[in-house]
Each structure stands twice: as C-alpha cells, then as structure tokens.
Write a protein that binds this ligand. Structure first.
Ligand code: ZN
Length: 253
C-alpha cells in the first residue's frame, strides 16, 4: 500500500489543544455544520466553542471570521455568529464555483506539471484502486490525501497566483463537503465511489500528461459534477434549528 503522508487527513480523534491552527478549527466547525451537529439558525458562542475545542477564544473568533467569509455563518451585530443553511441548493452553488475555478486551473496547468509528479500521483491512485475490494476507512483516509494532493498540485501549477489562492481559500469548504460525504460512505460500508473517483482522477492525469487542455477540462468538469451529485445525495436538507430537531429528523433524503 502507498506510504503517502496522512497528517492532513481530518480525524475524529484529533486532540484539540491551544496550538490548534485556525484552518484546522475552521475545517472542524465546517464539518459539524455539514454533518448537522451545528444546525442552520444555531447561534455560535465563542466561549462555548472555545471550551468545546479546548482552545482560547482568539482562534475561535478568527475561525468565525473565516467561516463568515466562506458564507457558512452570518456575523450579526448584537447577535454574534449564526449558522447559515447548508443544504442541497448551497452545495450545488459551491460546486458550480468549484467547477469554474478548477477547470480553469487544470487548463492552465497543462504542460506545467512534470511527468514524475503526475506519475507519482497516478501510481498512488492505482494502488488505491487495486485495494478497493478490501476497502476500509484507512483506504478512504489515504484516498483523501491523494485527492488533495492532485488538486493542490494542479492549482499550484496553474501559473495564476490569484486563482490558486482563491481555490486555496474555498477548498476548506470543498473539503468539508467531501470529507463529510466520505464519513457517510464509511458508515454505510459502501466504497464503490473509491473506484469511480480513482478513474476520474486518472482521466485528469492522462490528459495532463498528454498536454491536452480540452480533455483535461472535460475530465475535471466530469469529476466535479460527479462529486456534486454524490455530495448532494448525502446532504441533509436542513431547516432552521428547533429545540427538538436532530440530524436524523432533518434528513429529508
Ligand atoms: Zn478529486
């Protein structure tokens, strides 16, 4: 099995300490918004969040500002931070923006990535694919790292710093949806999507290696649209939080 680093993979067992980076905190809160632990309309109190994650209020406030910039919470005068609705419609909108950004990035990255780099990612993907018959949560964790690596390397190679930065800013949102979706894959013990995603990634890599921007854009668009359908399929369509509501009750799939 591949020996790719797994330190960037989110884990439910991560120990939250005072040195926690803001990005990790944003990712954790986003995951809880996506999985329904934090519901639409819920008020987020910095002190409560600080106690919950075992950090000071300073990184919490910074994380709330970053979450407001991503459009997932509203910062209201005298009311604090309120969780916005993140349902199927919002996931679709995020995916539309992602498709525009990442298709342009992959078009511009054609001819800018080394064969060695693309081959290394391709080998890792084929290893994942060959282990899909005995898939496990660990294989999903590795697949997430490889997915991040491919998309990060494409953004880094696109030659437009502003585009790469914007993808970097929004990827916290993309990856919260992605990771939340995969958590449910593991819960259902259904790993068929690993094979689909591996094949989509290999198509992108083949087009990049062939220096074929038309095919690369087409492959990236199909990959993101496929992810969109999957993410929407596992998204809770939430209504505003009530005293008695729970994630299960809000699931209207
Ligand atoms: Zn991907």
């Amino acid at each position: 099995m591949t020996h790719l680093p797994t330190d960037t993979v989110p884990s439910r067992t991560t120990k939250w300490d005072h040195g926690l980076r803001r990005k990790a905190l944003v990712a954790k809160i986003l995951a809880e918004i996506f999985n329904g632990t934090l519901a639409a309309g819920q008020r987020l109190v910095a002190q409560d969040l600080a106690e919950r994650y075992g950090v000071s209020q300073t990184p919490i406030r910074e994380a709330l500002i970053a979450l407001a910039a991503l459009g997932t919470i509203d910062l209201l005068p005298n009311r604090g931070a309120i969780v916005r609705r993140v349902g199927k419609c919002e996931v679709r909108e995020v995916c539309q923006v992602r498709r525009v950004l990442e298709c342009e990035a992959v078009r511009m990255a054609c001819g800018m990535m080394t064969a060695e780099s693309l081959d290394a990612i391709g080998i890792a993907i084929r290893q994942i694919r060959s282990h899909c018959h005995t898939a496990s949560e660990e294989l999903v964790r590795i697949a997430l790292v490889v997915d991040s690596r491919l998309h990060d390397e494409i953004a880094a190679a696109c030659g437009n710093e502003l585009l790469a930065r914007e993808i970097g800013r929004l990827k916290l949102l993309f990856r919260a949806f992605r990771d939340g979706s995969w958590e449910r894959v593991a819960t259902r013990n259904d790993y068929s999507r690993l094979i689909i995603e591996a094949d989509e990634h290999l198509r992108i890599i083949d087009a990049l290696k062939a220096n074929d921007p038309v095919s690369a854009v087409d492959a990236m668009a199909q990959h993101i649209e496929s992810g969109e359908r999957y993410w929407i399929g596992v998204t809770y369509d939430r209504t505003a939080v009530t005293e008695t509501s729970s994630p299960e009750k809000r699931d209207t799939r």
